[in-house]
Design a protein. Structure first.
Length: 381
């Protein structure tokens, strides 16, 4: 309990005590009943017992109500001036206001309130020697109103607290989703960076070797190889600059999407110009692809052709099959070491396919290495 709460409870208890003493004194000095008992030391002690326990109302609200109500019953039984039982009424309000964790079981609470209400009305009736119709009705309204008001305030506070907690939870979920999105974007950027740089370096190596061998025998061909090196290096550096800039900016900027299958012809021409033979066959009717599937298909073919040019020993055959519900990609080329590796290239292709709900097979047999990917038209993570 904080110092402010303690001071507030003390102020309430002292205020209830002072008001109770004023009412008792006013009734004894010429109130409604001339034969009522005058205020004395016992009356002051009972008034204190009916009000000062409110200091503990936060720790034991039902016990505080029981003590204050018991003192009010004794006051009525000793024929002190009748009046509103302020201590029990305030204690009942705080009992309704108390959170569920501080309350006793509902049946015990109801029995305690009803029992002390009956005792109080009986004590007043015996002191007045008549049936206490007015005290019965007034007590019902007063105690019932105190309980209802306290309980409604408690429910309102609980609703506000619940709304606040939901808002905080929603903010935490939003922040978590944002961090996950940033992490996924960084993973995609790293994958694109690997694919782009790996392809570029492979093309540059092949073209540089061709330019060195042909610089005297075929200068025109050597010049074309150098131009290809320059073009690939310029494009790759531009893409790497953009990716690195986004990483430095903590993933808050938009990344220009990588090319799709529309750039496949340019990719094939590059390999052909470097001396690596690539043939492309398309089965089925071409159809528009979603940007995600289109980019993934291009990156998979790019990585597969890069691996084929680096490790293969013959021309590569590329096949695109537009099926009823999925696009199937296949890259086949001869290889004397047709063992399936799980390098970054294969791992990256598997991740791309898995994100779209597709499948990837990378296998080698009979000196032939094949990469086969199936990409659903509608991504199903």
């Amino acid at each position: 309990m904080t110092r402010t709460e303690l001071l507030a409870d003390a102020a309430v208890a002292v205020g209830v005590l002072a008001l109770s003493l004023v009412l008792l004194a006013a009734g004894g000095a010429g109130g409604s009943q001339a034969d009522s008992r005058d205020l004395d030391a016992l009356g002051v002690a009972l008034a204190a017992l009916g009000s000062l326990p409110l200091l503990a109302r936060r720790r034991a609200p039902l016990a505080v109500f029981a003590v204050t109500a018991g003192a009010s019953v004794v006051l009525a039984a000793f024929d002190y001036p009748p009046g509103p039982p302020l201590g029990p009424t305030v204690a009942l309000f705080f009992l309704g206001l108390a959170p569920a964790a501080m309350r006793a079981r509902p049946l015990l609470t109801a029995a305690t309130i009803a029992g002390f209400f009956a005792l109080h009305v009986t004590a007043v009736g015996l002191a007045q020697d008549e049936f206490p119709v007015v005290p019965l009705l007034a007590g019902t309204v007063l105690w019932g109103g105190a309980w209802v008001v306290g309980d409604r305030i408690r429910q309102r506070r609980a609703r506000i607290s619940g709304l606040r907690e939901r808002v905080l939870r929603a903010e935490r979920e939003t922040e978590r989703e944002r961090r996950l999105a940033v992490a996924e974007e960084r993973t995609r950027i790293a994958r694109d960076l690997h694919d782009s740089a790996g392809h570029a370096i492979n093309v540059i190596l092949v073209e540089a070797g061709a330019a060195r061998l042909l610089q005297e025998q075929n200068p025109t061909r050597a010049r074309a190889a150098l131009e290809t090196i320059e073009e690939v290096a310029r494009e790759t550096m531009g893409e790497i600059d953009q990716l690195v800039r986004v990483l430095r900016e903590d993933g808050t900027s938009e990344v220009e999407p990588p090319p799709g299958l529309a750039a496949l012809d340019r990719l094939v021409r590059r390999h052909l110009s470097s001396g690596f033979q690539v043939s492309v066959r398309v089965d089925g009717e071409r159809r528009p692809l979603t940007p995600t599937v289109d980019r993934a298909a291009y990156r998979i073919l790019q990585e597969a052709l890069t691996n084929a040019a680096r490790h293969g020993e013959g021309p590569a055959e590329v096949e695109l099959a537009y099926g009823a519900d999925a696009l199937t990609l296949s890259v086949v080329n001869p290889s004397s070491s047709a063992e399936v590796g799980e390098g970054h290239g294969i791992v990256g292709m598997r991740e791309r396919v898995a994100l779209l709900g597709g499948s990837l097979e990378a296998s080698g047999r009979d000196d032939v290495f094949q990469v086969r990917a199936r990409l659903p038209y509608e991504a199903r993570p």
